[in-house]
Design a protein. Structure first.
Length: 389
């Protein structure tokens, strides 16, 4: 991908995907539309029609119903809206590797541990739900795909556990949407959160999709207007919403027509990294086809980031929601990877990736791994993808 001044390869799609041309076109077209969707005159009705068409597209892309789709500013707001609205009076449980937005929304919640590949321990979830909670039912928060290592969680199985115990299930599907099939009904979840810029839409638009069982129980998050069925006051960001809908439709089409190329690229990177002494975090479990987390023992993550940036590659050390800081990964710590939590980088391939970009990255990574001296020896209990929880 070409930057404003330099050529570089952008391999940080899990932070934000490049915007799709279809989304840019939709955003430009709708930005020129006059009228507020809440107005009853002709211009308002035209804007309203665009809003509702986008709602139908987004709901259809992710297995929901248009009347149960609430537009938000992004994934964080969708997650917080679900947890604050559905969690009232309930016990809260969350996976150990959830995104910081979810963790912050359930600070006192019970933690569902993960195994060495980052997969949630559903036996522990069932045990936690079976415990006496003072007569209170529970709300379980479990992401569909992890933003750092890409681990895909057994959400459908978790939903069955929750149903058997009378619990609700909220799913953060932000990283999964547009990369693997996401279907609210098929997952059996009560709600899912998505964010447009994770599948090629613009930043600033997201959605919360609710099942018919819980949609009427969700109270308003922001009062002051009747927008979004009274649950989110304020004039909607119509251009961003229309662009998100266009991106969702294209991302789902691309995924459906795909031939497994992103996963093969990921696997080629994994193989080359292992040859250079790296450990593929969570490599023994199911992962997103575009995501890999590579730990290079004894080399600090920020040192690796700088070296690869100088070589023309944009990668990260995990979540992009830490105000630009390179912090120790709570995800890798929960997976039992110890010191490697500060020695891993995330490579997440965008929809714009080309074979030649991957080949160049493999060469750059190998050169970096050979050049950077290790600070410490590898602990004896670390060195394979299978780390016991």
């Amino acid at each position: 991908m070409r930057g404003m001044d330099d050529d570089f390869s952008y391999f940080d799609a899990n932070a934000s995907e490049p915007v799709r041309a279809s989304a840019l076109a939709a955003m430009a077209d709708v930005a020129a539309v006059v009228g507020n969707p809440s107005s009853v005159h002709r211009a308002g009705r035209r804007a309203r029609a665009i809003l509702e068409s986008a709602r139908e597209e987004v709901a259809a892309a992710f297995g929901g119903r248009a009347e149960n789709c609430i537009f938000t500013s992004g994934g964080t707001e969708a997650n917080v809206l679900a947890i604050a609205g559905l969690g009232g009076g309930r016990r809260l449980l969350a996976g150990a590797t959830e995104h910081d937005a979810v963790r912050a929304a359930v600070p006192a919640g019970a933690v569902i541990p993960v195994d060495g590949n980052g997969v949630a321990r559903l036996d522990v979830l069932d045990r936690l739900l079976a415990e006496d909670g003072g007569g209170r039912p529970a709300l379980v928060c479990l992401m569909l795909a992890n933003n750092e290592v890409g681990t895909i969680q057994p959400v459908a199985e978790a939903a069955r556990v929750c149903r058997a115990r009378g619990a609700l299930l909220h799913v953060d599907a932000v990283q999964a949407a547009g990369r693997i099939p996401v279907d609210l009904a098929a997952l059996g979840a009560d709600s899912i959160a998505i964010s447009g810029h994770k599948f090629g839409g613009p930043k600033g638009a997201g959605a919360l999709l609710l099942s018919g069982d819980v949609v009427r129980t969700l109270p308003p998050m922001m009062a002051g207007g009747g927008q979004e069925q009274g649950r989110r006051g304020g004039t909607p960001a119509l251009p961003a919403i229309a662009a998100m809908a266009a991106a969702a439709a294209e991302a789902v089409r691309d995924m459906t027509a795909g031939d497994g190329v992103p996963a093969r690229w990921r696997d080629a990177i994994d193989d080359a990294a292992r040859a250079g002494g790296a450990i593929v975090c969570g490599g023994g479990g199911p992962r997103l086809p575009n995501t890999t987390m590579l730990a290079l023992p004894g080399r600090r993550a920020e040192t690796q980031l700088i070296a690869l940036d100088l070589a023309g590659f944009c990668v990260s050390a995990g979540s992009a929601c830490s105000s630009g800081k390179v912090a120790r990964s709570h995800v890798l710590a929960a997976m039992g990877l110890g010191a490697l939590a500060g020695e891993a980088i995330r490579v997440s391939l965008p929809w714009t990736t080309r074979t030649e970009d991957v080949a160049r990255f493999i060469a750059a990574y190998a050169a970096m791994a050979a050049r950077l001296p290790a600070r410490v020896s590898v602990p004896e209990n670390v060195g394979t993808e299978e780390v016991r929880a």
